[in-house]
Design a protein around this ligand. Structure first.
Ligand SMILES: Cc1cc2nc3c(=O)[nH]c(=O)nc-3n(C[C@H](O)[C@H](O)[C@H](O)COP(=O)(O)OP(=O)(O)OC[C@H]3O[C@@H](n4cnc5c(N)ncnc54)[C@H](O)[C@@H]3O)c2cc1C
Length: 162
């Protein structure tokens, strides 16, 4: 049911799309917000084995939206080089679709929080553990099981890569 990319030659190989997800720091989560208005919001995340994980507070717009309908999208921009003289942008980005579920098992929640710390605060293991303990009761950890993933790059970058 997911759409095919119209400009197929700009489709990135799966492994490059996964590299982008692994190496980028911010993704834009898209949810079905209030009264049919789509709600997009930036979050930090980790990507592992076809799943995107992020943490948030136990209340708020995005969580309410996910509770109502857990279908989400997630977009990451890897490159955005504006080229004024060509009236274009040399871009590379990834879009994922999937369903978000809250992780309720403590062991898995802790594992994901450690993955986030490892990615965003490398070398600060002890302080990271303390922070997890401090925030634990107000933390919500979500997993997006990716169902469809595409990466796309500007046609000018395709020429350079191939
Ligand atoms: C680079 C970056 C990384 C972030 N990483 C995380 C993360 O890992 N986890 C996390 O929970 N949050 C993260 N945030 C904050 C996140 O974007 C939200 O502000 C936060 O999660 C609260 O979302 P909510 O829907 O619960 O907010 P609510 O306060 O319930 O949202 C109510 C309304 O506030 C407005 N709003 C909320 N967030 C933003 C925003 N970021 N910018 C502008 N308007 C906003 C919207 O109009 C929204 O409808 C990050 C933000 C940035 C910029």
């Amino acid at each position: 049911m997911f759409r095919q990319m119209r400009r197929k030659k700009q489709l990135l190989p799966r492994e490059i799309s996964e590299d982008i997800l692994q190496n980028s720091s911010t993704g834009i989560l898209g949810v079905l917000g209030d009264e049919g208005y789509p709600y997009t919001v930036p979050v930090n995340y980790v990507y592992e084995n076809n799943a995107i994980y992020f943490h948030c507070a136990k209340a708020g717009h995005k969580l309410d939206a996910i509770k109502k309908d857990n279908k989400v999208s997630f977009c990451v921009i890897d490159k955005e080089q504006i080229v004024p003289e060509e009236f274009t942008t040399y871009f590379r980005s990834v879009v994922a679709f999937g369903k978000a579920v809250e992780i309720t098992e403590d062991d898995e929640k802790l594992r994901v929080m450690r993955l986030l710390n490892y990615k965003y605060a490398p070398g600060l293991d002890e302080a990271g553990e303390k922070e997890i303990r401090r925030e634990w009761s107000i933390l919500c950890v979500l997993k997006i099981q990716v169902e469809h993933l595409t990466g796309k790059e500007a046609v000018e970058l395709v020429k350079k890569r191939i």
